[in-house]
Design a binder for this molecule. Structure first.
Ligand code: M6R
Length: 614
């Protein structure tokens, strides 16, 4: 949450900052702002605006050409309403220090009171302003910008990242990170910093990830990293980024979400090709010791949030079916406070697209403290979960920009389906011919995804037009289709702002069936499977109460079609891979209903792509 950028070099700094913020806007869009220093003036130039980045752009005068250093911010509000006063960067009274911040300063009330007692006036309601006021206060004592920055940070509790500039060091950008993402981009006679790599892709592929409690000082020609406690210089090794800047652009689609939906066949292909060699599943990031640990585990816990949680639920079915190990699935924010019973025989899997979700990170620490073996299933290379878990498997979905997760989910499902086959093979519980036939089927999933997206698009549009004004939707599924029901409902509510609820179909009779009348569209995920008959009975019960059935079913299933106002078809497929297909029509349904309702599909209200506060 919140996107932060910084630049030191000789480019015109404001366009560089705006471009970076544009790439990070999915992290928050309540307000935005920039602050720059040109090396001649002692006062910092700053401009900020409420609302989306376009509002800031509209205020920036084309003549504001500043060469030098600068910082920028796009906000997802925590402390203080989203208005101009609370927008970042925050400056001190004399406008000689500026800071942008991501995260929460937990002891800000106490620090603010102490500073106010010393005569310092605050302008905003944010916790962030503490950082800039403390920095300038410490500078007044020591006249040393770097040491003052360090001393200010030492007084603040919480998880956060900062980027700051000050008049005394007009060529330097100061950076700090604790449990909030920060990546430094290395250029030629210029250096960059941002919350994530998508903001850097136009400039460099060589990046440095700061570790927790490290701070860095950037100039056009140098990057130095230090340990916060000891002040000692830290050696760092740059990482090469594989993503391209084209991947992070819309490529002719009206929205990132639609582009990402249509990238899903390629994503499935990439996961398969990366992982399957001669009918065996292999992981480039697991060593033999880790494989031995996986062979021995007694119990698996999967911990994640939102869409990644739904991937976790589907993974439970996959792993229990193929590897016969008991799996418990929890949302991260519950798991971390549940006093979980774990020991060295437990495997805790953290699924996360961003690898930065605060609650999932906290769950990871909890699991590590209790001695469990931890495995991150992560999309973003070098992200915190990827680095802090005992082992990591990357999902290779490429950059996902739309706030609503689509291709990252598909990559998680495909990865976990293959992981379940791998575990079954490793533990000797999956018969060879079964494993072989599943791998053969896995090779075809990408074509199946393509076929669903191509063949169902028009019908889904038609259905969307008929129902987009309804106020309530229910999503139902059983077994492997239950997580799909939850995911379909989540996708729908987050981008359409319309109420949608996902249930296990068998639970309908225990209460929710009271909702059913002739106005309620009920999306029934009912592909042919060993439990389809039960689902058909549920559908009959709903029809008897005049509910409108919109189904996702197997091609050629005329019985289901007859009972449905609309049926979206998927090719016949084993249950293991069916969640990858059944969710596709639901992603498109949510998308089209959101567009028809005039919603901001890629940046839905109140949300941010990466939830880095608890
Ligand atoms: O980056 P993560 O996978 O850890 O994020 C988890 C959730 O915040 C995320 O899936 C969220 O629910 C999406 N907006 C859903 O589309």
């Amino acid at each position: 949450m919140c996107g932060i950028v910084g630049y030191a070099g000789d480019k015109d700094v404001i366009p560089v900052l705006l471009k970076g913020l544009q790439a990070l806007e999915y992290r928050g869009y309540d307000s935005s702002g920039v602050a720059c220093l040109n090396g001649k003036d002692s006062r910092i130039f700053s401009i900020k605006e409420e609302g989306k980045l376009e509002n800031l752009r509209a205020r920036i005068d084309g003549d504001s050409k500043i060469k030098g250093i600068g910082i920028g911010h796009t906000r997802w509000a925590t402390h203080g309403v989203p208005n101009q006063m609370n927008a970042h960067p925050h400056l001190d009274e004399k406008e000689q220090f500026a800071i942008v911040h991501n995260g929460i300063i937990e002891n800000y009330v106490q620090l603010r009171a102490e500073l106010e007692e010393k005569g310092i006036h605050f302008k905003s309601d944010t916790d962030s302003e503490i950082a800039v006021q403390l920095w300038q206060y410490e500078f007044a004592q020591s006249q040393d910008a770097q040491e003052a920055f360090r001393k200010a940070i030492l007084q603040m509790r919480g998880r956060f990242a900062f980027v700051g500039i000050c008049h005394d060091a007009p060529g330097h950008v100061y950076v700090f990170r604790r449990s909030n993402p920060i990546v430094i981009g290395l250029g030629k006679e210029e250096n960059f910093v941002a919350s994530d790599v998508t903001a850097l892709l136009d400039y460099t592929k060589d990046v440095v990830y700061l570790d927790d409690n490290e701070y860095a000082v950037l100039s056009a020609s140098s990057v130095e990293v230090y340990n916060l406690e000891t002040k000692e210089k830290v050696d760092f090794k740059p990482t090469k980024i594989e993503w391209s800047s084209e991947q992070a652009q819309k490529g002719g689609y009206p929205h990132f979400m639609l582009k990402e939906i249509y990238e899903q066949p390629a994503v499935v292909d990439a996961v398969f090709n990366k992982r399957v060699v001669d009918h065996m599943v292999e992981w480039d990031t697991l060593d033999s010791k880790q494989e031995e640990l996986l062979k021995q585990v007694h119990k698996i816990h999967i911990v994640s949030c939102g869409t990644a949680y739904h991937a976790g639920l589907a993974s439970k079915y996959m792993i229990e079916e193929n590897a016969r190990i008991s799996v418990e699935v929890s949302v991260s924010s519950e798991f971390r406070y549940s006093d979980p019973i774990l020991d060295k025989n437990d495997l805790v899997i953290l699924i996360s697209q961003s690898g930065e979700t605060a609650d999932t990170l906290a769950a990871l620490s909890e699991a590590k403290e209790r001695g469990a073996f931890t495995l991150g299933i992560v999309n973003v290379l070098g992200s915190t979960i990827a680095r802090e878990a005992d082992a990591v498997i990357y999902t290779h979905a490429g950059p996902e920009i739309g706030v609503a997760s689509t291709k990252a989910y598909i990559a998680q499902l495909m990865t976990m389906a293959l992981f379940s086959i791998y575990l079954g093979q490793l533990r000797g519980v999956l018969k060879e011919d079964r494993s072989k036939s599943l791998i053969d089927e896995a090779a075809e999933v990408s074509n199946d995804v393509k076929r669903v997206l191509e063949s169902q698009a028009e019908l889904i549009k038609k259905c969307s037009k008929e129902f987009y004004e309804r106020k309530d939707f229910v999503y139902l599924g059983r077994g492997y289709d239950f997580p799909t029901a939850l995911e379909g409902a989540l996708k729908f509510k987050e981008i359409t702002y319309t109420h949608a609820h996902g249930y296990a179909a068998g639970e309908m009779k225990h209460g929710p069936i009271a909702l059913v009348d002739e106005n309620l569209p009920i999306i029934c995920i009912a592909p042919q499977s060993k439990i389809q008959e039960k689902m058909m009975s549920n559908i009959e019960e709903l029809r008897a109460r005049k509910g409108i059935i919109i189904s996702v079913g197997t091609e050629g299933d005329t019985a289901l079609k007859e009972k449905s106002a609309y049926m979206f078809e998927i090719p016949a497929i084993s249950a293991l891979f069916s969640p990858i297909l059944t969710v596709l029509p639901l992603q498109l349904l949510a998308y089209h209903v959101a567009v028809l309702n005039g919603r901001d599909v890629d940046k839905p209200r109140n949300l941010a792509k990466s939830v880095t506060v608890e």
